[in-house]
Design a protein around this ligand. Structure first.
Ligand code: CA
Length: 230
């Protein structure tokens, strides 16, 4: 954890538990008694959060990683940004906020009196079933056919129809942080991304990966959940 991240969390912890959650665009998940964001947090949402608290996050000063479909390689770049998930010249403010560390994702959810879901809660959001999303259609990393309309990049939230639980973007698009710890320094992620192909099946409900908490990736975002009182 960087000092900057630690500061951001300390500031935002003051906001926890003091107000009723703002329940806009959320769905009730009865099995685990939570509310869940209807879709992944967008870059617009995250920019508003940063502006509200005059907050800098890790990806404001550290290179993030993005996958170059042209070279079939991951590349590190200072221009990899949560504010422009798919490139500096593309206005995609409604695409998922990416290049956000686990700590900074927690800070965002804390500010909304929410938190990241556990892997169990994330599974409950899916009811154990799958519906189509933005994935890598072909053999990763060689070629993405882009038949779903989005070739080797994320899609704006709600571009695909809602899952049976009423939530959007659960499968593919971007991995989602959970609060469940894996081996030291890592946390589980769920849902796969636009880089997940049929061979890996990373977008399927029961598939789980783990990334280091300080991971900054173009295919990794999050959504928040809120504990219900009844
Ligand atoms: Ca796609």
């Amino acid at each position: 954890m960087t000092l900057r991240n630690a500061i951001s969390v300390i500031i935002l912890l003051f906001l926890m538990g003091c107000e009723t959650p703002i329940l806009e665009d959320v769905k009730a998940i009865e099995e685990v008694n939570i509310w869940a964001d209807e879709h992944e947090v967008t870059s617009k949402d995250f920019e508003e959060f940063q502006n509200q608290f005059d907050l800098r996050i890790a990806s404001d000063s550290i290179s993030g990683w993005w996958f170059s479909a042209d070279s079939s390689k991951w590349k590190s770049s200072f221009t990899a940004s949560h504010l422009r998930p798919n490139g500096a010249f593309i206005d995609d403010s409604l695409s998922p906020a990416v290049q956000v560390s686990w700590t900074d994702a927690c800070a965002y959810c804390n500010a909304r009196n929410g938190r990241l879901p556990t892997t169990k809660e994330w599974m409950a959001m899916t009811s154990g079933s799958y519906s189509p999303g933005n994935i890598w259609e072909g053999y990763f990393p060689l070629k993405d056919e882009g038949l779903d309309g989005f070739l080797a990049q994320s899609a704006p939230v709600k571009s695909f129809r809602a899952h049976e639980t009423g939530l959007y973007d659960l499968f593919g698009n971007v991995w989602e942080w959970t609060s469940s710890a894996a081996e030291e320094g890592k946390y589980y992620v769920k849902g796969g991304s636009y880089l997940s192909d049929y061979n890996s099946g990373g977008f399927l409900p029961d598939y789980t990966m783990a990334f280091s908490a300080d991971s900054l990736r173009a295919d990794l975002g999050f959504r928040c959940v809120y504990t219900r009182s009844n």
